[in-house]
Write a protein that binds this ligand. Sequence first.
Ligand code: B12
Length: 265
Amino acid sequence: MDKLMDKKKKILLVSPARQRDKNEDFVFKMPFLNLPYLAAVTPADYDVSIVDEEHEQVDFEAGASLVALSAQTPVAPRAYQIAKQFKMRGTPVVMGGVHVSTLPDEALKHVDSVIIGEGEFVWKEVLEDFEKGHLKSVYKSGTDYDLAGLSWPRRDLLNPKFYIPLTMLETTRGCPHKCDFCGVSRFFGHHYRKRPLEEVVNEIQSIFGNGFRHRFNHYLSKLGIDLPYFIERRLIYFIDSNFAADQAYTRELMKTLAELDVLWW
Ligand code: B12
């Protein structure tokens, strides 16, 4: 099995660290979903891993065949430094996310390819071109895809000891409002898309539903004992830009959360 893993090409997904002022405290850190979403659509014949530079060093000598960076604007400068290190070693580097989708020309001074828009839907094409040795400069994905059947993010690739104990989850993308100052409308347009409720519920159930904690919690609550959330770890952080734009949808979702006794934020 180990030998098989050794033969697989390594894809390193990197979340760069934010540069902090010396007197700025680092209080807590949440997990994230963008790179786990990308990992979820990476074929099994690659050895894919995620490095969160807030907590671990990027190993430039780890033998990555391809490096993929994700950055919001505050971490883009650090992402470009990381890209430089890998490119000096001959490793191709691609980058996606809100920042480079808005400023692809800036990013192309530092990386081989920029992926504009939602990564999952074009990642297969990127990997095929990488295999041929012909990465394009720009891959235009959209932000208008049907979210039915979206692969669940590979949360297992994030080390839980780095993060506060909560589960990130996404139910919708975009926002129906047209606020001209907001990066969400710029990135997603004004089309508010919902994942099929059934798929969201299945995902939540697979995380919280049938496990030991649920049964244990159920038993304790019958005894009137209410454990703090950080012991139970039954807390969801919804990353949606606009969680409740469709109230009927959100109310249905609330029923599941109540049934499973999951806290949410
Ligand atoms: C949740 C959230 C947070 C959480 C983050 C929690 C976490 N750890 O994930 C918190 C509250 C901490 C936060 C903080 C900040 N946020 Co915020 N946040 C969001 C929000 C609502 C969702 C982000 C998200 O996870 N989306 C879901 C994932 C799957 O989408 P994604 O990251 O965009 O990734 C997709 C694509 O972009 C692409 N992609 C991304 N990376 C890559 C990489 C590759 C290689 C490929 C191929 C594709 C790809 O594919 C992914 C899957 O489709 C967005 C708005 C939005 N809906 O995007 C704002 C948003 C990202 N935040 C924004 C901002 C400004 C900030 C802050 C700077 C605010 C501040 N002043 O401090 C900080 C920055 C934190 C940091 N470290 O840089 C802006 C970013 C604008 C920009 N120019 O970058 C956004 C767009 C909001 C807005 N209205 O403009 N944020």
